[in-house]
Design a binder for this molecule. Structure first.
Ligand SMILES: *Cc1c(COP(=O)(O)O)cnc(C)c1O
Length: 351
């Protein structure tokens, strides 16, 4: 092994592999087992699975912590919120993923937690809300507004207030942002998106630095049972192996498209955080956005993001999307097609 630390793009390929001994498979295989011979560490299929562990070792390595895989991003989010004391107050971005907001509102309605939604870019408002909070929930960039939070400043305020600092790192991925290094306590992922990366898997993950918190989350996962299927874990790890090259390519294409989109007169606003493959554009209204989407032939109209294929959707078509998101906002997930083909399709469909 080289005596310098391996680059994150190398570790995406090497982490979570079996030891290099004769006849060992290069990749940890899919282990279909509901139970194991008694007396070991695993015991039962709801507690442990080697295909999960390989994925967890790899993502934990990239994020710099210990990882637990879940059935979906939402299952990981629910498990992390389960760590909070009853009645605790959660400060979260008003433009968080709709499912996250949905879980928070549901918990509030049932009296489990209380919720304080803030503009995550307004550091004074976030710091003020942090006082007495049980949790600061950060999503950065936010979905689909693509606002970027000052993670180190918010994490410091959260820690000073004794709050659990959680970052949904789905959009940035550990390639662009490693929240545990910036002071966060927990990272959550919809591995469904860029990590698995092929629009064929739902999976989630939580990564923590602290052993006690790892054990607490493992206990919640084992009891609640929101575990991933072994095949999904295998596929998500296979996707993670190519995350760096896919991310770089999607980012380079997104940057090229952003320049052209910004110069187009039909687009009111182009939101792009400067990194990653997600871009939001704002057209005149819902009708203009729907016509544009309907005229495309290469881009596919579908929710979700982070796949190899370019997709897009008008977010306000979902009734649960925040009313502060413009009706004409279309979120683009840039895939791996040639940038000129992607641009030609967009340019032909724009008004
Ligand atoms: C999709 C998404 C989730 C939820 O993940 P699922 O795997 O769909 O449950 C959570 N956070 C963000 C930012 C997302 O984009």
């Amino acid at each position: 092994m080289p005596d310098h630390p391996l680059d994150i793009t190398t570790r995406a390929v090497t982490a979570g592999r079996p030891a290099a001994v004769p006849d060992a498979p290069l990749n940890v295989p899919v282990t279909l087992a509901s139970t194991y011979i008694a007396g070991g560490e695993a015991e039962y299929g709801r507690y442990a699975n080697p295909s999960w562990t390989a994925f967890e070792d790899a993502l934990g390595d990239l994020e710099g912590g210990r990882c637990l895989a879940f059935a979906s991003g939402m299952a990981a989010i629910a498990a992390v919120l389960d760590l909070l004391p009853a009645g605790g107050r959660v400060v979260a971005p008003r433009h968080s993923y709709t499912g996250t907001i949905g879980q928070l509102h549901d918990s509030a309605e049932r009296g489990r937690l209380s919720v304080d939604l803030v503009d995550i870019t307004d550091i004074a408002a976030v710091t003020a809300a942090t006082e007495g909070a049980a949790c600061i929930w950060i999503e950065s960039p936010t979905n689909p507004a693509l606002e970027v939070a000052d993670l180190p400043a918010i994490a410091e305020a959260g820690r000073a207030a004794g709050a659990l600092v959680v970052v949904d790192n789905t959009f940035a991925t550990p390639l662009a942002q490693r929240p545990l290094e910036l002071g966060a306590d927990v990272v959550v992922h919809a591995a469904t998106k860029a990590i698995a990366g092929h629009s064929d898997v739902l999976m989630g993950a939580a990564v923590v630095a602290d052993d006690g918190r790892y054990e607490a989350l493992l206990g919640i996962r084992s009891l609640r049972g929101a575990i991933p299927a072994p095949l999904e874990a295998f596929l998500a790890l296979r996707g993670l192996r190519t995350l760096p090259v896919r991310f770089e390519r999607a980012q380079a294409t997104a940057q090229a498209l952003v320049e052209r989109l910004r110069a187009h007169p039909a687009i009111g606003e182009v939101r792009y955080p400067g990194f990653g493959g997600i871009v939001s554009i704002v057209l005149a209204d819902a009708a203009a956005a729907d016509r544009f989407i309907g005229a495309l032939t290469l881009w596919r109209h579908a929710t979700s993001l982070g796949g190899v294929e370019s997709t897009l959707e008008r977010r306000r078509r979902w009734p649960a999307e925040a009313p502060t998101i413009p009706e004409g906002l279309v979120r683009l997930s840039v895939g791996l097609e040639h940038p000129d083909d992607l641009w030609a399709d967009l340019a032909a469909a724009l008004p």
